[in-house]
Design a protein. Structure first.
Length: 350
């Protein structure tokens, strides 16, 4: 049985894994497990005194010197590019759909492009003719460094680290509300976190247990068990299964391609907006109640709020919202509500 998925995590420039035997003789590095020699690394190209990255304000150091002491492959070398592309093509041929390029800013954008240009189209056993691998580059750009994320746009998707930081400063008390805002807003290509629990040991503001991996028994990862309410057990959190987040993923799919519309705010931290005639959402991030009649842009009818409940067999297990003939609806949201936001969309109409 073949399994395909996207993305697969790839470290392009760091020679860090899979080496069984390393021989060093007169400065020459060799491994029986990988096809590289001393000529295939950037040691001679790095201009820092230590051979490692000493300044993130120097783009050449960041891309040509060692990161955390790891040997740095010379991705400007076509032989190295071809060897990496060969491996990625093997994964593509067995059904992999795309790749997450870890620490992409430590590789010159042109070198990444040269490798991507060597990749096969996706396997037509599962994908349409001519489909290309999905490329997702991790580039940490919070400002103040020589390298910016926009340098990598030509090669594929790029992580926007500023998004979460800025959204968190505005919606700082409600995780599910922040994720809901992200999913309903048309900006970007969204990701939903799905995680696990561990016992924290906070000392001087830092978690001494931040090294702990997923739930396990003697290093054997525990099975993800599914509870009767569809949440996960065995130490797994599975945020993607929470009703509010699961339903907002559905909202995003229902509203896909629709314009940002019908913005409203109270001049403070109560906001609302729609996605054309397919969906509407209202947030109360203030310390007082929200009570307003707003233009939703939706057809008249009764809708099920997919945050407080679900549409089940034509009924709603949560709050019902009545949209009038003119597209308006009245919303009341307490600031003390468990989830102080309401979302309705075309598929939640009763």
């Amino acid at each position: 049985m073949h399994i395909h998925c996207a993305p697969v995590r790839v470290v392009l420039g760091r020679h860090c894994c899979g080496m069984r035997v390393i021989l060093r003789s007169q400065g020459i590095w060799k491994s029986s497990a990988v096809p590289y020699s001393a000529w295939d690394f950037n040691d001679g190209k790095c201009k820092s005194g230590s051979g490692s990255i000493e300044s993130y304000k120097d783009a050449a150091q960041v891309r040509d010197c060692r990161l955390s002491g790891l040997l740095d492959l010379a991705l400007g070398n076509d032989y190295v590019r071809s060897k990496i592309a060969d491996y990625l093509n093997h994964l593509i041929d067995i059904g992999v759909a795309g790749f997450r390029l870890d620490a992409a800013k430590h590789v010159w954008p042109g070198d990444i492009k040269a490798i991507l240009d060597k990749l096969h189209n996706l396997n037509t056993e599962w994908f349409s003719e001519g489909s290309r691998p999905f490329i997702f580059q991790e580039v940490i750009d919070l400002g103040g460094e020589a390298i910016t994320s926009k340098e990598y746009f030509e090669n594929g998707r790029v992580t926007e680290f500023k998004y979460g930081a800025k959204l968190g400063t505005v919606i700082h008390k409600m995780y599910k509300m922040a994720v809901g805002f992200m999913l309903v807003h048309p900006y970007g290509f969204t990701r939903v976190m799905s995680s696990y629990r561990w016992d924290r040991n906070v000392q001087n503001g830092n978690d001494a247990n931040d090294w702990i991996g997923p739930p396990n028994n003697n290093r054997v990862i525990k099975e993800v068990t599914i509870n009767a309410d569809t949440t996960c057990g065995n130490g797994w959190v599975c945020e993607h299964r929470w009703r509010q987040i699961r339903n907002m993923v559905a909202f995003r799919n229902v509203a896909d391609g629709q314009p940002f519309s019908n913005w409203w705010d109270n001049g403070s931290n109560q906001v609302a907006f729609g996605r054309g005639n397919r969906g509407f959402i209202v947030f109360n991030n203030d310390d007082w109640a929200l009570s307003s009649t707003l233009q939703t842009g939706l057809p008249a009818g009764t809708y099920c709020d997919v945050i407080s409940g679900d549409k089940v067999d034509g009924n709603c297990t949560g709050i019902k919202v009545q949209v009038a003939a003119d597209g308006t609806a009245h919303f009341s949201i307490s600031n003390s509500a468990e989830d102080p936001f309401i979302a309705i969309h075309a598929e939640s109409k009763l």
